[in-house]
Design a protein around this ligand. Sequence first.
Ligand code: ADP
Ligand code: MG
Length: 396
Amino acid sequence: MTYNKKNIEDINVSGKKVLVRCDFNVPLKDGVITSDKRIVEAIPTIKYLLDQGAAVILCSHMGKPKGEVNPKYTLAPVAARLTEILGQEVKLAPDTIGPETKAMAAALECGQALLLENTRFDKREEKNDPEFAKELASMAEIFVNDAFGAAHRAHASTAGAADYLPAVCGYLIQKEIGVMGKALSDPARPFVSILGGAKVSDKIGVINNLIEKVDTLIIGGGMAYTFFAAQGYSVGTSLCEHDKIDLAKEMMAKAEAKGVKFLLPIDNRVGKAYDENTEYMDVDSDNIPDGWMGLDIGANTQKLFAEAIKGAGTVVWNGPMGVSEWTNFAAGTNAVANAVAESGAISIIGGGDSAAAVEKLGYADKMTHISTGGGASLEFLEGLELPGIACLMDKE
Ligand code: ADP
Ligand code: MG
């Protein structure tokens, strides 16, 4: 899917009321924001609009309040953090589209910003209810979507509002679709994709789409074991989706037919139990003993994968190589992160856990792009249309 959408610079925003959908769904602990990354990522768009003299009405969801008002999911901490970062007061409205909120929006002056309360406090948001979308849109003259992390959802504030207003993307969505779109449509070659994570079933769409485009496909993580089973290896107690073995065979045949180099782990770090401190050892892929489970790729595989990544023009990586949350099983993910960082390739990390692993291991600065959307980046890599982007105006 390649998008050529209008952005905030393609439309006159000065003196206008602009409704901006952001992804302020930040992690909270006891009401305190534990990572403000998503807020920080939204700032360039907000700053640009304020500098242009727009009156900026911000909105977002937070968590899963299931259509009911729940103080646990208030955006109050986000309003406070925005106030600090922008150096100007960002008030929080009492709800999303109520009369008091509308009055606050109407009174908002150019250069000021207002944050609406959690859009998901209203059931109509996730139903993409047209009346709710219309009410939301009625406060503004332009709609800007910059919530990449929610762009795979067709909700009132992510897509519905675009039916009632001229709609463009912000800088974050622009960057996401620009970098990932180029990688998928016109990649610098060789194009290497690394896929891992827990399950084949989560990633079938991604494998299917990428196999059409890449020169090399590397498979690691829990999903490798279904491919092992497809080759007739015994996998012990490793994660294995028996109903996906035929599909794994099909994928391997497809790779071969297309001349795609297809790499699976040659050795594995196996543990006795699914436990952080379990006893472990390294074994070859055709030699996993009964009662042991693969929890990471082995040392020889680290070298094999690193060699395949070296010299890549583009790398798209989704899914850790093992249970990277646990120190004893993080070496494979670490080695691959290092190889990607050293490769000099255009490197794109999609997927929530992969992004978290790369950040935790300290490689974030070395990657070209770490997608801010877990589910959204997966759907993008699958080649699916994202409703929150499809609804925006095309460039002429
Ligand atoms: P992403 O969020 O990047 O798309 P996934 O959600 O698909 O990635 O997969 C991440 C999860 O996969 C992590 O929780 C990790 O512990 C798990 N995982 C990776 N390898 C294994 C394995 N060999 N066995 C069990 N779980 C694994
Ligand atoms: Mg995940």
